[in-house]
Each structure stands twice: as C-alpha cells, then as structure tokens.
Design a protein around this ligand. Structure first.
Ligand SMILES: O=P(O)(O)O[C@H]1[C@@H](OP(=O)(O)O)[C@H](OP(=O)(O)O)[C@@H](OP(=O)(O)OP(=O)(O)O)[C@H](OP(=O)(O)O)[C@H]1OP(=O)(O)O
Ligand SMILES: Nc1ncnc2c1ncn2[C@@H]1O[C@H](COP(=O)(O)OP(=O)(O)OP(=O)(O)O)[C@@H](O)[C@H]1O
Length: 377
C-alpha cells in the first residue's frame, strides 16, 4: 500500500492539546474509510516534527512529508518553517506567508480590507521599522513617553506632539490625531504586534481599561488615572464599538474542499471590556454560548478564510446595533474550538477529505504514473 505522510510542525503544547489529539485520531479513521472507495489505496502516516528538532536542527534535518500542517504560536520559528517549505515543497495546508502577515495587525487589516470584510475605522501609528529599530530620520525625535506610559494623567502636558514617519502624532486627552486623521474617545488602542495582547480602551473624560491575556480569572483591569495613550511603539486605534450584550463572537473556521464550503462554528463570550473577571463554568472552561452566523456574516467569514488560506482559523467579531452591523476585530490564525465533539468530527472529516484531495492533485501531476516518484534525498 502507498503511504501518504502528513507532517505536523508546531509547538509541542499545541499538537499535544486535547482538541488536536482528538481531531487527528478521528481524521485517521475518516481517511481510512474514505480510502476504501479509492482505486489506489493510501495509508496515512502522521509525522509529528519533534519540537527540539524544529527549534534546534537546520531545516535540512527536519522530517520529510507529502503534506504539511505548520503553524505559528509563541516560540515557533516561522521563518525557519518557511525555509523548510521552500526546500521541500510539500502540499501546505496553512499558508505560511499569510501567517507572517497575521503577526502584524495592520497587515491583517489590509488583507481583510482586500477581501471586503467589514472592519472598524482605524488610525495606524507606525513608530518603528519591522525589525523594531527606529529609522534614522526618527532617531532624534522627542518621544514624550517611553515605556508603557502608565500613570501619565497629570505628568503630561495638555497637548503632546510627536512626529512619526513624516506625520505628526498629537493627543490632548480627549482625542488623538495622526497627520490629517483624528479620533475622539472612546477608542481602543492595540499594539501593531499581534502577539502583544496588552490592549487598552480609553474612555471619554479620562480613565481606561487594560485588557490582557487571561491571568487565571482576570481578563482586564480598570485604570481610572490613565488619560494619555502610549507612544513607545506602533499602535492601531479604533473607535470603541459597543457590542450587543457586551459580547464578543468567536468564530472558528475550517476550510473544506467539497460543498458546502468552509465549516464555521461561532460562540459568544462576555467581552473583557465589560468586566474584569472571566465568567467560568464549574469545569473551569470560559462560559460560552453557541451562536448562528447570519447570511452576511457567513459570506464575509468565508472570504476571510479564503484570504488567509489557513486550514483552521479563528477570528473575533463584534455585533453592534442589534445585529445590524458586524465587524471583524481580530484574526487569531490556528485555533480550535475546545471540548466540542461535533466540531472535532467536522474538522477531522475536512482534514481527511483535504488529504484525499492532495493525493489526487499529486497523482494528476505525475501524469499517467500511479505510483509516486522517489523523494529526493
Ligand atoms: O487559539 P489557541 O487555541 O491556540 O488558544 C489561544 C487562546 O485562544 P484565542 O486565540 O481564541 O483567544 C486561548 O483562549 P481560549 O480560546 O481558550 O479562550 C488561550 O487559552 P487560555 O488563555 O489558557 O484560556 P483558558 O483556558 O484560561 O480559558 C490560549 O492560551 P494558552 O493555551 O494558555 O497558551 C491561547 O494560546 P496561545 O495564543 O498559544 O497562548
Ligand atoms: N473596536 C473595538 N471596539 C470595542 N471593543 C473592542 C474593539 N476591538 C477589540 N475590542 C475588545 O477587545 C478585546 C481584545 O481585542 P483583540 O481581540 O483585538 O485583542 P487580542 O489581544 O488580539 O485578543 P485575543 O486574545 O483574542 O488574541 C476583544 O475581545 C473585544 O472584546
């Protein structure tokens, strides 16, 4: 029997997670079942790239595979994974170049705009080159606030002007402006670096709420003294949109090769902008309620999934004005629904069908030969 190998290249914590293990087990069963109906049968070999190999060995030493699931999470060497892909050219289920874009909120928003996905208005204040260094023309700029600008209420002059990349940034406590663009409070400040989850909501009249990655049961903290925005690095500013019921909608998409197209599952949770404590169930999981996407939400979600080209992709929506408007506010990349067997089943079946599809593409590309050419050493 022919062997088709699926490489899994990610941080160990992710592949060892309960959802991923469940999905892989179901996918193997589904693949074997689908193969029964095929003329030439393949056995699926899942090759998990050991984390120490991924982190420490050159890509020439990484395992070979026919299809690849590689995705970024904290600590993952994404550029190295791209080198591996360019060296071996397996069928890639998760576009690695798009994952680079997902590390930058502004690039992510530009891709969403290109896909005609509804977004909040934004002002993007870029302060440094992508490598984190100030460009030469900025070296002598008078950046009033260094660090994260905490407790800056009374210490700041009433109007702060800094110049960044040729445009002037100003703030007076009620508004910010950058070049010709102006935004009044309340607004949300997000680091352009998408891996930085220290988001701040600034309220009209002063005071702010600091949002961060859940720390045990805490997801945000009020800071009544904070008036001025941070000027230490690059930020995206968006008007604060009041989500219906103060809820976020978290969407989990899975690309599918057959009709009816991508599988989408969505659930609502209390927004961290509305409270400091995570609402949890007795089993410790965050309390969430499944929600149906509207026809238009489904349509732009499909465009989003196709634009980013990830087999699995999570993203966040805000529904406003009694559901009459919905905006995408964040794209998380690879993310699974947790504790949901129906989702695991759907995701596994989509994976098995995608692998069958990749085999068919390969076989077609070999012309009339039904056996696979030998891999280059
Ligand atoms: O997307 P994923 O599945 O990779 O998970 C994300 C994040 O999902 P998101 O991106 O949709 O927000 C998870 O939040 P949820 O979806 O569970 O609310 C979070 O879990 P968490 O904070 O422990 O949540 P609780 O279990 O405390 O409720 C998890 O943190 P870790 O696993 O602890 O590192 C994150 O991973 P990473 O980005 O690698 O740090
Ligand atoms: N424009 C906005 N108006 C109102 N609330 C917003 C807006 N943008 C984001 N939020 C709220 O802030 C939270 C964090 O924002 P966002 O998801 O962009 O940050 P993040 O750090 O990338 O979060 P995640 O942990 O999901 O990766 C959202 O869950 C949402 O509740």
């Amino acid at each position: 029997m022919e062997v088709f190998s699926l490489g899994i290249c990610c941080m160990a914590k992710k592949v060892q997670s309960a959802p991923f293990q469940a999905i892989l087990a179901f996918a193997k069963e589904d693949f074997a079942r689908l193969q029964l109906a095929s003329e030439v049968q393949y056995e699926l070999n899942v090759v998990v790239f050991p984390e120490d190999v991924v982190l420490n060995e050159p890509v020439q030493q990484w395992p070979l595979c026919d299809a690849l699931i590689a995705f970024y999470s904290a600590g993952f060497p994404l550029r190295k994974a791209i080198q591996y892909y360019e060296l071996r050219r397996p069928a890639s289920l998760c576009d690695l170049y798009m994952q680079l874009a997902l590390l930058d909120r502004n690039k992510t928003y530009e891709i969403l705009e290109g896909a005609q996905v509804p977004l909040p208005r934004r002002i993007v204040v870029m302060r440094s080159h992508p490598d984190g260094h100030l460009p030469p023309e900025q070296e002598n700029l008078n950046l009033h606030q260094q660090g994260d600008g905490q407790k800056n209420g009374d210490e700041q002059p009433p109007c702060i002007a800094t110049s960044t990349l040729g445009k002037v940034f100003e703030q007076n406590g009620d508004w910010i402006s950058f070049g010709e663009e102006k935004m009044c409070k309340p607004f949300v400040e997000k680091p352009v670096d998408a891996e930085n989850h220290d988001v701040i909501v600034y309220y009209r009249g002063g005071g702010a709420r600091l949002l961060f990655r859940k720390k045990k049961n805490q997801c945000s903290q009020l800071d009544p003294e904070r008036v001025y925005v941070r000027t230490d690095t690059s930020y995206v500013y968006e008007p604060f949109l009041q989500g219906d019921g103060s809820m976020d909608v978290k969407v989990y998409g899975v690309l599918c090769v057959d009709t009816p197209g991508p599988y989408l599952y969505a659930e609502m949770r209390h927004s961290p902008t509305s409270h400091c404590e995570v609402h949890r169930l007795p089993n410790g999981r965050e309390k969430r309620v499944e929600t149906r996407l509207s026809v238009s939400e489904r349509a732009f979600s499909i465009r989003l999934l196709e634009a980013f080209g990830q087999f699995v992709c999570g993203f966040d929506l805000l529904r406003c004005n009694n559901g009459s408007e919905t905006y995408v506010i964040d794209v998380n990349g690879w993310s699974f629904v947790k504790d949901n067997d129906e989702y695991y089943r759907q995701c596994a079946l989509s994976l098995a069908k995608r692998l069958e599809h990749e085999i068919a593409c390969r076989v077609r590309s070999w012309g009339d030969h039904s056996t696979k050419p030998q891999c280059a050493p």
